[in-house]
Design a protein around this ligand. Structure first.
Ligand SMILES: [Zn+2]
Length: 507
């Protein structure tokens, strides 16, 4: 039966419902914040009877659930840039913040961490994760926001000496804060085990926190200790946390870093498969590029530029492989390699990196050529892989183009041009798969009763346009985006609407 009065009728799109099944032409009705009806096939009496406030002729377009960016660092960006153009314009309707151990509470240490990404902004305060969620709800962005608690930030807040080991009392404080975050609706927690101070944590500490997450039905997402020569040991450590506690695990930005480690993703995928066969909920996410991006301080701390060092979690890099994304006090070096900076200053690349970190601290971010294109495809083709941009929202510099291009790049380059996976499968990995894993109820699907988070795009033309040299460009081919039934992109233009909500973990 049709629903006669609806707000919006979208007609004639090829509907990819998120399940991974092939697209089918049909009509979708939106009423309020939900999908009121879905009508498949061309001669359905029901959908013809719809009387809609607005009609969208979507013939030739694909209609999918809005994309879920499972790996973002937009915790403060959603407050500073609430229209979230760099995400909305690529079809993202839900942004999962709090990755890599960087979280928003306690507010004091959090503001020190996020000052790195937003050096020009004064950051507000809030009372724990619950307080942060309330602030976002008061000034909602254009996208939905779902939150992970960040282990590194908990550590900074709880420990007198965050680079050491926690006392029993300090560990209990971290557990209590995590429990409060989960009660407020956080999806789980994240670690960043190459970053200070998360890198000091031993597996037992993570297990102690994972018990808290598991008890609440939350998940554990990790930027692992080592994505280079120690990739497989790091995967094992991650799976051990899952197996010891029953927590669902998510390997963040799955990759093998460093030429000498290329190809190891085949083995890391096998370890994930084996753990899944044993009953563990183990999955991963990925951004579709061969270069990584992080704070330059992490490259220095991990001794990655030292040709005689033992290459930490980032693997070994050299000055020609590292370019500066953002250096607010030295903008003339943005886009330049460390080798360029070193040549100008007449010092080594290692010394140039140290000099930049000494003068600007965490505000300097870098792009590092570390991955093999073949590995990127191997990981993307695997059914355990979701899509997460890992975008660093430093809008003043030259951020890694993944901030703007990730979802369109998967659909345009890897689906249409390279044929690495089908369109239906790619949509599944961007929608229903993460919605189930991250426990986002009634999201990530096109069916009656689901929230009307929707994206309409042209599968024949969608493509990313952001490049390393010139990253601030939105993708082409995305026509319309709806968040909670409200249109945020119309004919490729942001409407200014901000209907986003905080999404709390479903019980
Ligand atoms: Zn990370």
């Amino acid at each position: 039966m049709g629903t006669p009065h609806v707000d919006v009728a979208i007609r004639g799109a090829r509907i990819y419902d998120g399940s991974g099944g092939e697209g089918r032409v049909g009509d979708v009705a939106v009423a309020g914040d939900r999908i009121a009806a879905v009508s498949l096939g061309s001669d359905d009496e029901g959908s013809r009877a719809w009387r809609a406030g607005r009609e969208i002729d979507a013939r030739g377009l694909a209609l999918a659930p809005g994309f879920i960016d499972v790996h973002s660092h937009d915790d403060l960006a959603v407050l500073l840039y609430p229209e979230m153009r760099f995400k909305v314009m690529q079809g993202v309707t839900t942004d999962v913040v709090g990755n890599c151990g960087f979280g928003v509470a306690p507010a004091g240490p959090a503001s020190a961490v996020f000052r790195a990404f937003h050096p020009a902004h004064q950051l507000g305060g809030w009372d724990g994760y619950r307080g942060y969620m309330e602030v976002v709800e008061r000034e909602p962005p254009s996208v939905n926001v779902a939150v992970l608690a960040g282990h590194g930030t908990l550590r900074l807040g709880a420990m007198a000496q965050p680079r050491g080991q926690p006392s029993a009392g300090e560990l209990m404080q971290m557990q209590a804060w995590l429990e409060a975050a989960l009660e407020a609706g956080a999806l789980g927690f994240s670690t960043g085990l190459i970053y200070d101070p998360g890198r000091a944590a031993r597996a037992e500490e993570i297990v102690a926190l994972a018990h808290v997450a598991a008890a609440a039905g939350g998940l554990y997402a990790t930027h692992m200790r080592n994505e280079a020569s120690g990739l497989l040991d790091s995967i094992r450590e991650t799976l051990l946390v899952g197996e010891a506690t029953g927590v669902a695990v998510q390997v963040s930005h799955h990759k093998a870093a460093g030429r000498e480690n290329w190809g190891r993703v085949r083995d890391s995928l096998r370890l994930l498969e084996a753990a899944r066969a044993g009953g563990l909920d183990a999955t991963a996410d990925q951004y579709p590029y061969t270069s990584a991006s992080t704070v330059l301080a992490a490259i220095v701390e991990n001794d990655a530029l030292n040709p005689r060092g033992n290459a930490g979690g980032l693997g070994r890099v050299d000055g020609t492989n590292v370019s500066l994304a953002s250096a607010p006090r030295h903008p003339k070096y943005e886009g330049k390699t460390l080798a360029d900076v070193a040549a100008v200053r007449g010092i080594s690349a290692e010394a140039a990196a140290q000099w930049l970190v000494d003068s600007e601290g965490l505000a300097v971010t870098a792009i590092i050529e570390v991955m093999d294109e073949h590995d990127v495809r191997t990981v993307l083709a695997h059914p355990t892989t979701m899509v997460g941009s890992d975008g660093i929202p430093t809008l003043d510099g030259k951020p890694h183009p993944r901030l703007y291009g990730t979802f369109a790049r998967v659909l345009g380059y890897y689906v249409r041009e390279a044929g690495v996976l089908s369109l239906a499968e790619a949509v599944h990995r961007m929608t229903a798969l993460p919605a189930a894993k991250f426990r986002l109820r009634d999201r990530g699907a096109v069916h009656t009763g689901a929230f009307a988070d929707l994206v309409l795009f042209d599968p024949a033309t969608i493509r990313d346009t952001a490049t390393y040299a010139d990253p601030h460009h939105h993708p082409l081919g995305i026509a319309h985006v709806f968040v909670n039934g409200v249109q945020v992109v119309r004919d490729g233009v942001h409407t200014g609407a901000r209907p986003g909500r905080v999404l709390r973990r479903a019980g």
